[in-house]
Ligand binder design. Structure first.
Ligand SMILES: [Cu+2]
Length: 172
């Protein structure tokens, strides 16, 4: 009798976990089973670290965090909120050439992308030149928790486009 009751309880628990993971998978659209399981772990108080804390791909945000391609360097000099998080954000980027000269008048396109789910954001960010090589980015919206790639494509006047990519992870 006792043994049967214990087995029944374990079975119900297993079903509950399976249903939770299935639900997260649906919410993520194209989310794989492994990332859905990670989200489930991140939301559980019984684990000591969050999904983002365990994600080795992320950049740790600090004001001035910079990435460089061959001829273009992009620094996130300001983020609001700071650090960036899930939801609505704004950022100020400083764009310079490899020697540190501010690049004004460049075409700057910012593209958010969730590599684990193969989707972007419903909003297209807007980058506006504010002088001294700085660009104010609005409409930067991350609709869900997880790892986001923020690619900044810079085309200085008359030159080729170069991309730099920041990787920020947001817990729910
Ligand atoms: Cu997603």
């Amino acid at each position: 009798m006792m043994r049967e009751r214990v087995q029944g309880s374990v079975s119900r628990f297993a079903w509950g976990v399976a249903l939770s993971i299935a639900g997260l998978g649906l919410a993520c659209g194209n989310g794989g089973a492994s990332s859905a399981a990670e989200d489930a772990n991140g939301g559980s108080a019984s684990f000591q670290s969050t999904a983002c804390e365990r994600d080795g791909r992320k950049d740790i945000y600090t004001a001035g965090l910079a990435k460089q391609n061959a001829g273009v360097r992009v620094a996130v000099v300001e983020a609001n909120p700071s650090p960036p998080r899930k939801g609505a954000n704004t950022m100020t980027l400083e764009v310079t050439d490899a020697s540190g000269k501010p690049l004004d008048g460049a075409s700057v396109v910012v593209t958010p992308w969730m590599p684990d789910h193969a989707h972007g954001s419903a909003l297209a960010p807007l980058a506006t030149s504010v002088g001294a090589g700085r660009y104010a980015v609005s409409k930067l919206y991350f609709p869900m928790a997880g790892l986001w790639q923020i690619t900044v494509s810079v085309q200085p006047p008359g030159l080729a486009t170069e991309d730099v990519t920041f990787n920020f992870c947001f817990d729910g």
